[in-house]
Ligand binder design. Structure first.
Ligand SMILES: Nc1ncnc2c1ncn2[C@@H]1O[C@H](COP(=O)(O)OP(=O)(O)OP(=O)(O)O)[C@@H](O)[C@H]1O
Ligand SMILES: [Mg+2]
Length: 239
C-alpha cells in the first residue's frame, strides 16, 4: 500500500501545487490521476519516488515514510519502482539494447547472457521486435514510449508509475499503449499509478480514477462511480 498524507508543496513561495493532499493507493490496483495541464500530476508522481521533497506531509511506501530517506536510501527505493517519465527519458546516445541493459547492470546480478535474455523478454512484452540496435532518435513516439515502458518493468518492480503515457500519441497509439500498460500491470501484479489527460482510455483501464485540482483530489472512485457522480465539477470534467 502507498499512503499519501497531507502532502503539501509550493515552489518559491508561489501557489500551492499540492495542498494537504491525502490518498491511499491499494496493492495491485491501477489508479489513474486525471487533471488539466499544470494541476500538479507530475509533481505528485515525483513526490512518490522522492525526486521532490514536500513542504509538509508524508509518502509511506511499504511502511516507510520516504520523505525522510537519504539520497542513498532513495536510490535503493527507486530501483524497486518502475517509472515511465513523461518525456520518455531514454539515453539518446545509447541504443535500445544499451538503454535496457543499463538498469540491469546497475541493479541486478545477471550475467551478460541473462541480460540479453531479459531484454528480449521485455521487448516481447511491449510488442517490439528488431529494435535492439536502434537509437531512440530512430524510433517513433509510440515506440519510444514502449521502450520506456520496457525499461520501467525490467527490474520486475511491484510498483509502476507512468506519467502521461499517451501524451503526444495519436488516438490509436494512445489506446494501444493504455491497453499494454494495463495488461502488463495485471500480469506482473503491479500497483500502478498513471497520470493522464485522457479520460476515455483512463476510464477503460483504471480500477479507480482520481481527479486533481487546486492541490487536492476533487474526486476519487471507480469509473462507474465517477460516471454516476452528481458533482457538477466531475460531470464537466468528464464531458
Ligand atoms: N521544479 C519546479 N519549480 C517550479 N515550479 C514547478 C516545478 N515543477 C513544477 N512546477 C509547477 O508546478 C505546477 C504543476 O506542474 P506539473 O508538471 O506537475 O503539472 P502537470 O499536471 O503534470 O501538467 P501536464 O499535464 O502539462 O503534464 C506548474 O505550475 C509548474 O509550473
Ligand atoms: Mg505532467
Amino acid at each position: 500500500m502507498i499512503e499519501v498524507k497531507g502532502l503539501t508543496k509550493r515552489f518559491n513561495g508561489g501557489q500551492y501545487v499540492l495542498n494537504h493532499l491525502d490518498l491511499l493507493i491499494k496493492d495491485g490496483e491501477i489508479l489513474v490521476i486525471l487533471g488539466e495541464s499544470g494541476t500538479g500530476k507530475s509533481v505528485l508522481l515525483r513526490h512518490l519516488i522522492g525526486l521532490i521533497r514536500p513542504d509538509q506531509g508524508k509518502v509511506i511506501i511499504n511502511d516507510v515514510d520516504i520523505t525522510k530517506l537519504s539520497e542513498k536510501e532513495l536510490l535503493k527505493l527507486r530501483s524497486n519502482i518502475g517509472y515511465l517519465f513523461q518525456e520518455g527519458a531514454l539515453y539518446d546516445s545509447m541504443t535500445v539494447f544499451e538503454n535496457l541493459a543499463f538498469p540491469l547492470q546497475e541493479h541486478s546480478q545477471l550475467t551478460e547472457p541473462e541480460i540479453e535474455k531479459k531484454i528480449k523478454a521485455v521487448l516481447d512484452m511491449v510488442d517490439l521486435v528488431a529494435v535492439e540496435n536502434q537509437y531512440p532518435s530512430q524510433l517513433s513516439g509510440g515506440m519510444k514510449k514502449r521502450v520506456g515502458l520496457a525499461r520501467s518493468i525490467i527490474l520486475d518492480s511491484k510498483i509502476l508509475f507512468c506519467d502521461e503515457p499517451t501524451s503526444g500519441l495519436d488516438p490509436i497509439r494512445s489506446h494501444d499503449i493504455s491497453d499494454l500498460i494495463a495488461s502488463i500491470s495485471r500480469k506482473m501484479k503491479c500497483t500502478t499509478v498513471i497520470t493522464s489527460h485522457d479520460v476515455r482510455n483512463s476510464f477503460r483501464i483504471a480500477d479507480r480514477v482520481a481527479i486533481l485540482k487546486d492541490g487536492k483530489l476533487k474526486a476519487l472512485g471507480t469509473p462507474a462511480e465517477l460516471k454516476k457522480s452528481e458533482d457538477p465539477f466531475v460531470q464537466e470534467f468528464l464531458s
